[in-house]
Ligand binder design. Structure first.
Ligand SMILES: O=C(O)CCC(=O)C(=O)O
Ligand SMILES: [Fe+2]
Length: 266
């Protein structure tokens, strides 16, 4: 589908120095440092910000080169080694299954507990992980007016690890949450698809109904390649009206760490 895209530039980003980013498909640190950027990437200015208007008050902002490459690898190594990653069982269609990625939760003291997929992760303190405070500061500086007080961390060990279609629409985030997502390590596709409207959903359930729905109204979808050091922000009614996922990818052969900063209403 045609998307409404605006290009802007943003303020200083951590370690900004205009150095090359890895070419598309680069996944591991070795691959990234062994490759030099092509002309197209050399021409891509650091801090370029792409704004995608999803319509009806939903918006996505993508900053492909938010953190400089070397700084981003430094942060990746710290997070990979220091975060107490867990892979807890979650409820999927009424059955318990291991979550298909490692996670950890960090939040200000005294906030409403986060609960999702039958799981209530214990909240760690920011003080345990000083680097997270540096990353949070960089995100706040890039997004004036934002205030994030919690963070869900994800580690995808390889291309089998993924997150299925969902919306971060838990009531504790309010009706129009801003969610800022920073990626380190292996690049992965991030997909967005429009939730079916009530009228579309009423036409039945199951495969036949889904086929009818596709014919009647092709589902709006967007795809973003989230590279090492990138920032993606979902805003407005994106959680109410859209779902997102990071699907399995055979070509993703090394780990990716993703940080999603959120604001829990107080
Ligand atoms: O890894 C990502 O880019 C997305 C993670 C996500 O959607 C979530 O933690 O809710
Ligand atoms: Fe999410």
């Amino acid at each position: 589908m045609a998307s409404r895209l605006r290009l802007l530039t943003v303020g200083p980003t951590p370690g900004a120095d205009g150095e090359p980013t890895p070419s598309p498909g680069a996944c591991s640190k070795a691959a990234a440092s062994g490759e030099r950027e092509g002309e197209a990437q050399r021409a891509e200015p650091r801090r370029r910000r792409e704004v995608t208007d999803l319509g009806s008050g939903s918006e996505v902002v993508h900053v492909p080169r938010f953190v400089a490459r070397e700084k981003a690898w430094e942060w990746f190594d710290y997070l990979d080694k220091t975060i107490p990653w867990t892979r807890l069982p979650i409820l999927v269609f009424g059955r318990w299954a291991p979550q298909p990625r490692d996670t950890c939760y960090v939040a200000d003291a005294g906030l409403t507990d986060l609960k999702y997929s039958g799981h209530q992760p214990p909240a760690h303190s920011w003080d345990e992980f000083p680097v997270l405070k540096d990353i949070l500061k960089a995100v706040h500086e890039a997004l004036p007016g934002s205030y994030f007080n919690s963070l869900l961390l994800n580690r995808y060990k390889n291309g089998s690890d993924h997150v299925s279609w969902h919306a971060d629409d838990e009531p504790l985030y309010g009706p129009t949450p801003e969610i800022a997502s920073v990626t380190f390590g292996c690049e992965r596709d991030f997909l967005l698809r429009k939730k079916p409207t009530k009228a579309q959903g009423a036409s039945g359930s199951g495969e036949a109904a889904r086929k009818r729905l596709k014919v009647a109204a092709p589902q709006q979808q967007h795809s973003f390649l989230l590279k090492h050091g990138s920032l993606l922000v979902m805003r407005g009614y994106t959680q109410r009206d859209w779902q997102h996922s990071v699907p399995k990818r055979a070509k993703a052969t090394s780990p990716r760490i993703n940080l999603t900063f959120r604001h829990v209403l107080t």
